[in-house]
Design a protein around this ligand. Structure first.
Ligand code: HEC
Ligand code: HEC
Ligand code: HEC
Length: 329
């Protein structure tokens, strides 16, 4: 009995001690103070175990597609390189003053690490550190593109990297969409085929976080309404492209397939100017958008996402391929 009472008093005392320590303000949370080695060890181990546990069972897709790597590279240069550095360029000066300091990923990725762990870290970020989560949790395809790029990074020379990723200090939008707005090596969507009205609506949706793309939410954050109008006027040229391709895709576009609406009525050359054009668009991008409209439905976001997700909820995967072949490049 006596021993039990001693044990309880001891336990209560220990808890009270920890609470007092926390309340006392003695622990230093200033980033400039660094971490004690044991705190480092503790958090490192805890974070590593947590990621390892939670990434079990994640399926890794094929990561070798060069266009995936190119898209990941563009995002890396825009968001990540400032903290983690890139081939041939160290991190920005502020990164050295973060605690914990962001690791040089070029070196980190030279050691083997399971792709699903990298995926988990990039998607969810790391609590209580500067490492941010992906800006939207609604889709994984963009996160896998980043993993594909990170795995390829150690094999890139400085020149390879610049050719892939561009340079955020020189260009912003054209770095990914190309000087002519035609999407650099067909990896990014073409903007020149759209009206400035459509582009402005899309940019506001990204800026306000209403359309699911981590890459574009990052690229558009902080744009003012005036900048959006200005950019859209320059980029949206209304270039008309004649679609060509297999008969089946043409029939879907023209509304000749029972049960499906005519895509052309909303996307053809004489459709509403604030609706997007599809002819000449990057084929990959079309398929991905169709998938987003069927899996996320109106959560995919955009000014008129509801109209579109109602229109295509019955499209089969084969029909998506055919219609993307018809319109796409
Ligand atoms: C504001 C600075 C900052 C930005 C921006 C940032 N990170 Fe990080 N990142 C960190 C920090 C700090 C850590 C280390 C956290 C720790 O020690 O637990 C980290 C850790 C990581 C790790 C884990 C490294 C390892 O070996 O476990 C990966 C992978 C990573 N970041 C990828 C990215 C990617 C990809 C981006 C861009 C989408 C990005 N980071 C943007 C600060 C940043
Ligand atoms: C890091 C690469 C990158 C940068 C920089 C970038 N974009 Fe994008 N942009 C993309 C990707 C990738 C998509 C496709 C998003 C998706 O999959 O939903 C996209 C989509 C868009 C769309 C939607 C196109 C459509 O048909 O719906 C617009 C509009 C756009 N970008 C404009 C811009 C503007 C303007 C800038 C500069 C402020 C910019 N982008 C900077 C990669 C980028
Ligand atoms: C009733 C009108 C309507 C019909 C019919 C329709 N769509 Fe759409 N679609 C839209 C609207 C509106 C958007 C823009 C959504 C937004 O605000 O982001 C859109 C967006 C898209 C996008 C994304 C384009 C981009 O640049 O981001 C694709 C791809 C698309 N539609 C394909 C199709 C296909 C293929 C069909 C035919 C099977 C079709 N749509 C039928 C109205 C329609």
């Amino acid at each position: 009995m006596k021993r039990l009472r001693l044990l309880i008093v001891g336990a209560v005392g220990a808890v009270a001690g920890v609470v007092l320590l926390l309340l006392s303000g003695v622990l230093n949370f200033a980033a400039s103070s660094g971490h004690w080695d044991v705190t480092d060890l503790f958090f490192d181990l805890a974070a590593r175990q947590s990621v390892t546990l939670r990434s079990v069972g994640i399926d890794v897709p094929d990561l070798d597609d060069p266009r995936m790597i190119r898209r990941g590279a563009g995002h890396y240069e825009m968001v990540c390189a400032a903290c983690h550095g890139s081939p041939g360029r160290p991190p920005e000066a502020f990164a050295a003053n973060l605690t914990p300091r962001p690791p040089l990923l070029l070196e980190q990725m030279q050691r083997w690490r399971p792709a699903e762990r990298t995926f988990f870290t990039v998607k969810h970020g790391i609590k209580r550190t500067a490492m941010p989560a992906w800006p939207t949790q609604l889709r994984d395809d963009e996160v896998w593109e980043m993993v594909a790029f990170l795995e390829a990074m150690p094999s890139l020379t400085t020149d390879d990297y610049r050719a892939l990723a561009g340079d955020r200090r020189i260009a912003n939008c054209t770095n990914c969409h190309g000087d002519d707005g035609r999407g650099r090596g067909n990896a990014f969507p073409r903007l020149d085929i759209q009206s400035s009205l459509y582009l402005a609506g899309a940019l506001r949706a990204f800026r306000d976080g209403h359309r699911a793309s981590g890459t574009m939410i990052s690229a558009a954050s902080g744009l003012t309404d005036a900048q959006i109008v200005e950019l859209s006027a320059v980029l949206g040229q209304g270039t008309v492209v004649e679609p060509e391709g297999a008969e089946h895709g043409r029939a879907i576009a023209a509304g000749e397939v029972a049960g499906l609406p005519a895509c052309d009525s909303c996307h053809g050359p004489s459709a509403r100017p604030d609706f997007p054009r599809l002819a000449g668009q990057q084929r990959d991008f079309l398929i991905r958008q169709l998938e987003l409209f069927t899996t996320l439905q109106e959560q995919r976001g955009g000014v008129h996402a509801e109209i579109m997700s109602t229109a295509v909820h019955r499209l089969t995967p084969e029909q998506k391929e055919s219609v993307a072949d018809w319109y796409g490049d």
